[in-house]
Design a protein around this ligand. Sequence first.
Ligand code: EPZ
Length: 422
Amino acid sequence: MTEYVIEGGTQLYGKIRIQGSKNASLPVLAAVATNHIDVDMFNCPSISDCAYTLKVLELCGRHVQRNGDLIRFTGDPLETDISVGEICQMRSGILFAGAVLGKCKEVKICSPGGCDIGPRPIDLHLKAFESLGAKIVTEGDGIISIWGHKMAGTSLWLDYPSVGTTENVMLCAVNLKGITEIHNAAREPELVELQAVLNAMGYKVSGAGSTVITIIGGRDETITSCTYTICADRIVAGTYMTAVALTGGNVVVTGINSEELASVSDVISNAGCYVEQGLGWIRVISDGDLHRVRNITSSPYPGFPTDMQPQTMAMLAKARGVSVIRETVFENRLRHVDELCRMGADIMVHGDTAIINGVDRLHGSRVKATDLRSGAALILAGLGADGKTVVQDTGCVDRGYQDICGDLRSLGAEVIRLDEKA
Ligand code: EPZ
């Protein structure tokens, strides 16, 4: 168990360079399993999800060498059974299904199962593989075998612009003969990042960021070793922008693509902060006296990101007036409401919608992180509360934040991390 102990009331000032992106790293690392070329990777964040993913790559047959910020991949990934051990515990292991299936034409995976924010089914992934010509056999106790020796490029339509499904099809189709078009594709920046690394490896992918992505497969002769640097994490940047909006102060987040945070900047500006942006940076200036933001609805990119919903709710808990946040992406992503209410917030939930009646003050309390972004949200709420807050965490925050304590402390926050002795 980890405890984050926060003494509220301090404003935040300074500049912070944002870590590598969790949600870009995971598909980019899965791309390393699509071929046997040597790959040098930089700026992969030191977070538990990436540590797990590197283990999956080793299981697939890749050799992984770390030297500071460099991760070097060599060796030929030939293993097709990745339905083992801790890989089954981590959701994003599903992304290896597409990479291994495309390269080896068969794969055995475990159904990743649900998590704290929803059942997280993989029906869209499996339907897409079937569209490509794969045969799927569910073997019981969550093991799924996928046979794909007759797969070929095709045009397919996603019922929902699922990020993971779009990524999985891209990772599979690069090694299939023929052209694949993904329609109703997810448009998140992480798809653009995956397209970039696949093209750096010599594949031919285009359209990422739009609703139609085209993959020209079967280009073995053009595959080449490459060096790749992973982009900054837009959700970590948004988390720190929301923190200074809540506490008051003046903070610049750097090393980012500010356009990816347009919807977050809009909300923070509408709450009464001054937001300025330039090439690779965003500044937020706040007096901490925020007012309500009427209607926020989480939706696929370029809509408001679901991964920023908990942090934004923490910010609006002290904003004057009534704000409304609707969560439309995940079924169970409002569990932080109860914990915020233990700190004095006045929030009612009706179905997928939270009505946030802003209060003058939050008070420090002992609260529990229920998932990655809720844990971050509670740390932010502690920054804006009177007195001491203790956020108990079983490792959720470490999944996505490399050093949230160090980052916030560098901006003046009073926050420490206590780890239970092993
Ligand atoms: C990615 O999850 C991110 N994770 C999530 O970030 C993010 O919230 C989500 O995209 C939406 O932007 C990673 O990139 C590792 P989806 P993913 O497939 O790919 C349903 C964080 O906090 N669905 O777009 O799983 C699904 O249940 C995490 O960093 C199906 O029904 O998202 C959900 O309700 C949380 N069947 C919705 O679609 C499927 O086969 C969106 O899921 C697949 C998805």
